[in-house]
Design a protein around this ligand. Structure first.
Ligand code: HEM
Length: 178
């Protein structure tokens, strides 16, 4: 996983609990913690940090990933405003993950392997997001989607009707607007 994701986790933790909390989490996770945005680090290292954060806060690892995703959107929107200003809401922003944002990420961060989403409109107005990734970070995807909804001021419900953890071939997220 690219260092920028670790940088975002640090930003969220430091915002919530102060910079010392980040040092404590790194120590508990047994990792060194010098992450450059374009560097590549093991997914296990990220998961060790998430696990240490869960132990420190009493939250579940899933909740930590969701939380980190959600509150990573403001710093991402600050770093990459053009990805967001092109859109008025999730209905066009979400498909741009595949057509613009993550393809751009591959250029900006050589070696990045962002997930692929197949996005369709459901007959009853919801947005369906098939999540395809070698990683199982569907909770991070849920959080990022919630953060993008916050960004556009759109009230949404995000559900996870299908998950690889329950044996499905891929995860499915469902976004209901309004
Ligand atoms: C709703 C919005 C977004 C969703 C749902 C989303 C989803 C994800 C997820 C789940 C991952 C973890 C890797 C994986 O699961 O395979 C990821 C990786 C990544 N995303 Fe996104 N993303 C969003 C927006 C953005 C934006 C706005 C950027 C801006 C540059 C971005 C840049 C990245 C980068 C750099 C990685 C790391 C890839 C790697 O290390 O290989 N994402 N994304």
């Amino acid at each position: 996983m690219k260092g920028i994701i670790f940088n975002l986790v640090e930003e969220v933790v430091a915002n919530d609990h102060g910079p010392d909390a980040w040092d404590d989490i790194l120590a508990a996770a047994g990792v060194e913690g010098a992450y450059t945005a374009v560097g590549s680090y093991s997914d296990d290292e990220l998961l060790a940090i998430v696990s240490a954060a869960a132990t420190a806060t009493g939250a579940s690892e899933d909740d930590i990933l969701r939380h980190v995703g959600r509150y990573s959107i403001p710093p991402l929107a600050q770093r990459y405003p053009e990805f967001f200003t092109l859109h008025r809401g999730l209905r066009t922003f979400l498909p741009s993950l595949n057509s613009v944002i993550h393809p751009e990420v591959r250029k900006l961060y050589p070696g990045a392997q962002p997930p692929h989403f197949t996005i369709t409109d459901d007959a009853d107005g919801g947005i369906l997001m098939e999540y395809h990734s070698q990683r199982s970070m569907c909770r991070l995807a849920e959080g990022l989607t919630l953060g993008a909804a916050d960004h556009y001021g759109e009230p949404v419900t995000v559900t996870h009707p299908q998950c690889t953890r329950e044996g499905a071939s891929h995860c499915l997220l469902r976004v209901d607007l309004g």
